[in-house]
Design a binder for this molecule. Structure first.
Ligand code: GLA
Length: 712
C-alpha cells in the first residue's frame, strides 16, 4: 500500500473509532438518564456489612454512577495464580440491584507487591538511577512488557467475568496515567526508547541531524549508545529531552491501548475512558483523547485561591475541545478538602455546588468525586469524601445530597453542547520545549501564559475552546496563541490560512522560535509566522522577576488610560507590514513596538512583544474580541458573574449563571423568556444571585433562530 493509501486507511479507521465513541457515549448517557453523579467507590477498604449501607446512601444522594475498584488489583489477584472475584461479584450485584451503574476500573494503576518481588525490572527509575519501590502506587514503568502482560491478563479475566453484568456501564482504564511517574529512565526504558527512536528516524544519521549532536561532541555511532536523558553534568540535549517526553507519553498510551484492545474485543459495546490529571505537561492529550470513547478529567482547584475557578474552567474547556466539543465526564473532584497541599482548606459552603455547575456549564456530562466514603487508614484518610468520617449528618453530605437532587432534575442538559467563537492554541511538544533550560529566560511557563490570555476571555464571558495548532479553525472568529515556542511549517500555514480567510489571530512573544526538532527557524522568531504577523524579532530582552517596562498606546483605545506595564519579557521587533498599536516607553527599547497589528488577507494578526499587566490584557483582548465579532453569550454581566450556555440540537439553550463572588450577591440582567427547568416557573429578570449562587435557566428555541428571547 502506498503512504497515501495507508493514510487514507488511518483516517477511515479514526473516523470509524470516532463514530463508535460517539455512539457508545450516547448509549452511556441514555443509560444514566441524565448527568452522571457519584464517585470513586473503594468497598475493598470496608467490611461487607458497610456495603448495603453504601448503596442505600448512594440512592439517597442521587448517585447513579461509581468508579469501582481502581486500586483493587492486590485484592483481586493476591498472587500470580489466584484470582478472588467473589467479593467483587457481590458488590457488582448490590450496585445493580440499587440502580447504580458502574464505571469498572481495570485496576492496573497500582500493581500488587508480588509483581515487584518477582520482576523488579518493572519498577520505574528516576534520571539519577533511583528506583521507585512499591509502597505507594503507580510503581511501574510503562515500557515493561512484563507489567503490560500482567495487566492485560488481569483485564482479560475482568472483562470476561463482567461482560454482560447489568451494573457494567463503562470501563475506567488505569488511573491518572503519568500522575506520579511520567517517565522512567532505567535499562528497560532505554531499550524501548531506542526502538521508538528507530521507528521515528530510521537511521542513526537522521537522529544525529534531528538532535543537533555535532554540538558538544554528542554524535552517536550506534543505537545502543543512546539512553534516556539521565542525570548529566550540565544541560542535557534539548531535542533528546523533547523526544523522551514524546516517547514517555506514547509508552503510557501503549499501556492504555493494550488494555483497550482487550476490552474492545471482549465487550465491544462498553465505552472506554481514562481519567486525565488536572492539566499538566505530562501526556500529550491531543494524541490520547482520540483513543477514548469519552474524555474524562479530574479537577482539584484550591479553595484558598480566589482565581482557582478560572484555572479549572480552562481545563474544562480543554476537555470539551479534545473531542471536538463532545461532552466529557468530571470523574473526580473533592467534595471539600484534599490532603496533598501544604494546608488543605475545605471548599466553603456552596463552593462544591458552584464548581460542579462550572464543569457542567463548560460541557461536563458527569459530576463525580474522589471518593465515596472517607478511608479510615492509608495516605488519603484526611482527603474529604462524599460520606465523611463524621457521617451523614454533616454539611458535606447534605451538600452532596442536595446537588444530586438538583442535577437529577435537569437530565436534558446531558448531551447538549457549548459553542465557542474563540479558540486558544495549546500544544504539548511546544510546552515541553518552552520550559527547558538554557533559554533566554527561565521564567516562562506555559500554564501562566495560557491563563494570562484565557482569564480576560473568561472575564468577558466569551466562550473559548482549547485546540491543537493543526485544528480546523474555520468555525472560530478569533484564535489566541499565548505561546507556541515550537511550530511546524504546516501549523503556521494553518494559522496563516485562518487569518487570510478573515479570522483574527493574537500571538504573544517567544512564539514560532523553533521547529519540531528544537532547531531555530531560519531568520529566528517568529519563524513561519513572520508573514502573517508582518514582523521579525531582532533580539530578546527578557525581564527579571519583578521588573517592569512601561508601555504606551500608539493607536488610541487599546489600554484603559492609554498606558500599561509589561512584565516577563520584552524584545526588539522590526516591523515589515505590521503597524504599532503600542510602544515601549521605558528602558533600552523605548520607542520600539510593544504591540502590533497586521492586516492580512481578510483578517488581522496581532502580536504582543511583552506581557501587559492584567488590566491591559483585559482591555486588549476585549478590544480584539470586538474587532473579531466574538461576542459573550450574555452581555453586561456584573463583575464576578458568569453565564455559560449549553445548546441542545433543537435550539433549546440552558444558561448556567454562576456567581463566583464569595462575598455578595450580584444582579443578573437575564433576557426574557427563560424558565427554571426544575419546575417550569418563569425566571424573572433582573435576577439577584447570592454569593456562590447558581441559577439554571432554560430558553426555548427561538422561532426565527434569531437572538431574541434568549442568549446567543
Ligand atoms: C487523584 C487520584 C485519586 C486520589 C485523588 C486525591 O485524582 O486519581 O485516586 O488520589 O487524586 O485528590
Amino acid at each position: 500500500m502506498t503512504d497515501r493509501g495507508e493514510q487514507g486507511a488511518d483516517e477511515r479507521g479514526e473516523r470509524g473509532e470516532d463514530e463508535r465513541g460517539e455512539r457508545l457515549a450516547t448509549a452511556l448517557r441514555a443509560r444514566l438518564g441524565g448527568i452522571g453523579y457519584g464517585g470513586d467507590y473503594n468497598p475493598e477498604q470496608w467490611p461487607e456489612d458497610v456495603w448495603a449501607d453504601d448503596v442505600r446512601l448512594m440512592t439517597e444522594a442521587g448517585v447513579n454512577l461509581v468508579s469501582l475498584g481502581i486500586f483493587a488489583w492486590a485484592r483481586v489477584q493476591p498472587d500470580p495464580e489466584t484470582f478472588d472475584w467473589g467479593w467483587l461479584d457481590r458488590v457488582m450485584d448490590l450496585l445493580a440491584d440499587g440502580g447504580v451503574a458502574v464505571c469498572l476500573a481495570t485496576m492496573t494503576a497500582s500493581p500488587p507487591p508480588w509483581l515487584a518481588r518477582l520482576h523488579p525490572e518493572t519498577l520505574p527509575v528516576r534520571p539519577d538511577g533511583t528506583v521507585l519501590w512499591p509502597g505507594a502506587r503507580q510503581h511501574f514503568t510503562p515500557s515493561s512488557q512484563v507489567y503490560r502482560d500482567h495487566a492485560t491478563r488481569l483485564v482479560e479475566r475482568l472483562a470476561t467475568r463482567y461482560a454482560g453484568h447489568p451494573a457494567l456501564a463503562a470501563w475506567h482504564v488505569g488511573n491518572e496515567y503519568g500522575c506520579h511517574v511520567s517517565g522512567s529512565y532505567g535499562d528497560v526504558d532505554a531499550v524501548a526508547f531506542r526502538d521508538w527512536l528507530r521507528r521515528r528516524y530510521r537511521t542513526i544519521d537522521a537522529l544525529n541531524e534531528a538532535w543537533s549532536t555535532t554540538f558538544w561532541s554528542q554524535r552517536y555511532a550506534a543505537w545502543d549508545e543512546i539512553n534516556p536523558p539521565r542525570q548529566t553534568p550540565t544541560f542535557p540535549n534539548p531535542a533528546q529531552r523533547i523526544d523522551f517526553r514524546r516517547f514517555s507519553s506514547d509508552a503510557l498510551l501503549e499501556c492504555f491501548l493494550a488494555e483497550k484492545e482487550v476490552l474492545r474485543r471482549v465487550t465491544p459495546d462498553v465505552p472506554i475512558t481514562t481519567n486525565f490529571v488536572p492539566l499538566r505537561d505530562t501526556l500529550d492529550l491531543h494524541a490520547w483523547a482520540r483513543h477514548e470513547d469519552v474524555v474524562s478529567y479530574d479537577s482539584y482547584p484550591d479553595p484558598a485561591d480566589p482565581g482557582a475557578h478560572v484555572d479549572a474552567a480552562f481545563g474544562f474547556d480543554l476537555m470539551r475541545s479534545l473531542k471536538d466539543g463532545a461532552p466529557w465526564l468530571l470523574l473526580e473532584q473533592a467534595p471539600a478538602a484534599v490532603n496533598w497541599r501544604r494546608v488543605n482548606r475545605p471548599k466553603a459552603p456552596g463552593q462544591m455546588r458552584l464548581w460542579s455547575w462550572l464543569a457542567v456549564g463548560h460541557g461536563a456530562d458527569a459530576v463525580m468525586f474522589f471518593q465515596w466514603r472517607a478511608s479510615r487508614g492509608g495516605a488519603e484518610k484526611y482527603h474529604s469524601a462524599m460520606v465523611p468520617h463524621a457521617g451523614t449528618g454533616t454539611r458535606t453530605f447534605r451538600e452532596v445530597r442536595e446537588l444530586g437532587r438538583e442535577l437529577a432534575a435537569v437530565p436534558e442538559i446531558a448531551g447538549t453542547r457549548v459553542r465557542a467563537p474563540v479558540a486558544l492554541v495549546l500544544d504539548w511538544p511546544s510546552w515541553w520545549g518552552l520550559e527547558q533550560d538554557g533559554h533566554p529566560s527561565g521564567l516562562l511557563r506555559q500554564r501562566e501564559a495560557n491563563l494570562a490570555h484565557y482569564a480576560p476571555l473568561f472575564g468577558a464571558g466569551v466562550a473559548c475552546d482549547v485546540v491543537r495548532p493543526s485544528a480546523d479553525l474555520s468555525g472560530y472568529r478569533l484564535v489566541v496563541v499565548p505561546n507556541l515556542y515550537m511550530i511546524t511549517e504546516s501549523d503556521a500555514a494553518n494559522l496563516t490560512g485562518f487569518v487570510r480567510a478573515g479570522g483574527r489571530l493574537v500571538v504573544s512573544f517567544f512564539s514560532g522560535v523553533v521547529d519540531d526538532r528544537d532547531r531555530v527557524h531560519p531568520g529566528g522568531a517568529p519563524g513561519p509566522l513572520a508573514d502573517v504577523l508582518g514582523l521579525r524579532v531582532a533580539e530578546f530582552w527578557p525581564l527579571a522577576k519583578g521588573e517592569h517596562v512601561d508601555v504606551e498606546e500608539a493607536e488610541p483605545g487599546w489600554f484603559d488610560g492609554g498606558a500599561a506595564r509589561g512584565s516577563l519579557w520584552s524584545e526588539e521587533v522590526r516591523l515589515d507590514e505590521a503597524s504599532p498599536l503600542a510602544t515601549f516607553a521605558s528602558g533600552v527599547l523605548a520607542g520600539r513596538p510593544a504591540a502590533t497589528r497586521n492586516r492580512f488577507g481578510g483578517g488581522a494578526a496581532y502580536y504582543l512583544a511583552t506581557r501587559p499587566d492584567p488590566a491591559a490584557m483585559n482591555s486588549v483582548l476585549r478590544r480584539v474580541c470586538r474587532e473579531a465579532g466574538a461576542a459573550p453569550d450574555l452581555p453586561n454581566l456584573p463583575e464576578g458573574a458568569e453565564a455559560a450556555v449549553r445548546h441542545a440540537e433543537d435550539g433549546t439553550r440552558f444558561v448556567i449563571v454562576l456567581n463566583h463572588d464569595d462575598d455578595g450577591p450580584v444582579t443578573v440582567p437575564l433576557p426574557p423568556g427563560g424558565v427554571d427547568p426544575r419546575d417550569g416557573t418563569d425566571v424573572v429578570a433582573p435576577y439577584r444571585l447570592g454569593a456562590r449562587g447558581v441559577l439554571v435557566v432554560r430558553y426555548p428555541p427561538s422561532p426565527t433562530g434569531s437572538r431574541h428571547g434568549g442568549p446567543a
